[in-house]
Unconditional design. Structure first.
Length: 132
């Protein structure tokens, strides 16, 4: 936050005053001798770098509803896929907690012959191949 306050601009005295006021209110243990040092050379950090420094995992980021910082364990381009899978699993867990049974089991061909190609589909294949 100190670096962000320094990047807001203004004269050096105004920057130091702004940081000192913030530190007095939100971080009273912040050493006052470091305020001028941080105001002179503020750094800018990307969201993914900040996540890496804080070791913010994607699951924790989602639980806290943090959207402005990335996650260090999931690449930026993989986050939408991860979030879809995570929310799908959460919805399924909520349904199970309410006692609602699964609608279908993915990959189970015997569950619904008409729509998923179960036993009826196999019989039709055998008839068309002349084996039944």
């Amino acid at each position: 936050m100190v670096h962000h306050l320094a990047h807001l601009g203004g004269t050096p005295d105004k920057i130091v005053t702004r940081i000192a006021e913030w530190a007095a209110m939100w971080a009273p243990a912040f050493p006052t001798h470091k305020i001028a040092e941080r105001a002179e050379r503020p750094i800018k950090v990307k969201a993914d770098t900040l996540a890496w420094r804080q070791r913010l995992k994607m699951e924790r980021r989602t639980q806290l509803t943090i959207t402005s910082i990335g996650a260090f364990d999931v690449a930026k381009e993989d986050r939408p896929t991860w979030l879809r899978a995570y929310h799908r699993q959460c919805r399924e867990d909520e349904r199970r907690a309410k006692g609602i049974k699964a609608r279908r089991i993915p990959g189970n061909r015997d569950q619904c012959p008409e729509t998923m190609g179960g036993a009826g589909h196999v019989q039709e294949d055998l008839v068309s191949a002349g084996q039944a």
